[in-house]
Design a protein around this ligand. Structure first.
Ligand code: HOZ
Length: 430
């Protein structure tokens, strides 16, 4: 029977009258790939189910959080139990303390931290701390890195902004954007030249230490070395945005993987176990600038929310080394399988992988920066995406994103992905 999304398409039509593009986050609209998005009705383990009765092996993992698979029974039970005690108090709770202690066990560089509601809030707040602590306005971000949708970061941004060719958003005042200095990723010479010229003005350098929001790109050793030395020499902070990489490239994030101690760290996604959570924190000397200790203001009615902390605590408890290794082994197996199919089918494509994250780029070599990602064959990715969906595999609907594996992706799911790619790769040639 032909693949049909009749119910999803009817829902999309209704949704388009209500929400821009019919969605609450742009990439979900599937504008960068062929066809329309399936509307999801439920998810279990490594599987997604849509309103039209299809089942897909999920490689999006809710864009990162679902490292234990969807609807883990112990996480669901913890959230239900918390809901029974009350969904929000706007007052301190024991669970916030427990969660903060657990996070610090994984991220010892975070002497102090704050729980917020999203990765966007985490990055926005970390930047404010850096600016407040240094008394400087300018900061460095790298082209194609995405740090959420706060105004200062929507300059040469990745993720949906790159997907739709709008890396510089309308609505961001030029007076604010002038303080965002953008440099190419993986270019230590450009960083050195910038610090040489303007080092005294720079509050912080923020980066995705392995990128996910322009697909998976690894930082070179020379780039990491430059980040270790130059900001410190000029009194600037280094902020690791580990919203995607946290608990994903290593349980301790890229900072554990690379042995790099950032001044500030941002977390999100996995740390919230599928509920809306962000975290920012770092050295006490900087975090003591946050109100009520200091003059950097940040607050939130739902920050440290009881449902979110219940999901987060349960997830961190369940994310043992064994569970992480299962997810990483699934990513290894998918990478190896896709590379074999690429070789068999003589496709011009590469797979980059770090830990539980991977991206297939339609390029001859693994991209090292945003320009090289932009030069990939995105039209072919759009066709490949649709063919994979029809074969029962749900990929991120953009060539500027990463796939996320879970501890529940076993050999059956890996084989299903590789078998689907064996059909979809040659058929996507166009
Ligand atoms: N821009 C997000 C991932 N990089 C997508 C979030 C979503 O659509 O849920």
């Amino acid at each position: 029977m032909a693949f049909s999304l009749e119910h999803s398409e009817a829902l999309l039509e209704r949704a388009r009258a209500l929400m821009p593009g019919g969605v609450n986050s742009p990439v979900r609209a599937f504008r960068a790939v062929e066809g329309h998005p399936p509307f999801i009705s439920k998810a279990r383990g490594p599987w997604l189910y849509d309103e039209d009765g299809h089942r897909y092996v999920d490689l999006v993992g809710t864009w990162g959080p679902a490292i234990l698979g969807h609807a883990h029974p112990e996480v669901v039970a913890a959230v239900c139990a918390a809901a029974g005690r009350g969904t929000s108090f706007g007052a301190p709770t024991a669970a916030e303390v427990v969660m903060a202690e657990k996070i610090r066990e994984f991220y010892p560089a975070m002497d102090m931290l704050r729980l917020v509601n999203s990765g966007t809030e985490a990055c926005m707040s970390a930047l404010r701390v850096a600016r407040g602590a240094t008394g400087r306005d300018a900061f460095v971000k790298f082209e194609g890195c995405y740090h959420g949708h706060a105004d200062s970061f929507l300059v040469k941004a990745g993720s949906g902004a790159a997907t739709f060719g709008e890396p510089d958003s309308a609505g961001v005042p030029a007076d604010l954007a002038q303080h965002t200095v953008t440099l190419p990723y993986n270019d230590p010479d450009a960083l050195a030249a910038l610090f040489e010229a303007r080092g005294h003005e720079i509050a912080a350098v923020i980066l995705e230490p392995v990128t996910g929001n322009m697909g998976v790109i690894k930082p070179s050793e020379a780039f990491l070395d430059a980040l270790r030395t130059l900001p410190k020499q000029h009194g600037a902070l280094v902020i690791f945005d580990e919203v995607m990489t946290g608990f994903r490239v290593h349980r301790g994030g890229a900072q554990a993987l690379f042995g790099f101690e950032p001044d500030l760290t941002c977390l999100g996604k996995v740390v919230g176990g599928g509920l809306p959570v962000g975290v920012y924190g770092g050295k006490a000397a900087y975090m003591q600038h946050v109100s009520p200790l200091g003059k950097v203001y940040q607050a939130g009615t739902l920050s440290g929310n009881p449902l979110a902390t219940a999901a987060g605590i349960a997830t961190l408890d369940l994310l043992t080394q064994d569970a992480f290794d299962r997810a990483a082994a699934a990513a290894d197996a998918v990478t190896e399988g896709l590379r074999q199919v690429i070789a068999e089918t003589k496709t011009t494509a590469v797979v980059e992988q770090v830990g539980t994250m991977l991206t297939l780029f339609f390029a001859a070599e693994a991209p090292k920066n945003f320009d090289e990602v932009a030069a990939c064959d995105h039209a072919r990715f759009g066709r490949f995406h649709r063919l994979m969906l029809e074969e029962g595999v749900y990929l991120p609907p953009s060539g500027y994103e990463a796939c996320f594996l879970s501890a529940e992706h076993g050999p059956d799911e890996v084989n299903a992905i590789v078998d689907a790619a064996r059909k979809a790769l040659p058929a996507s040639a166009g």
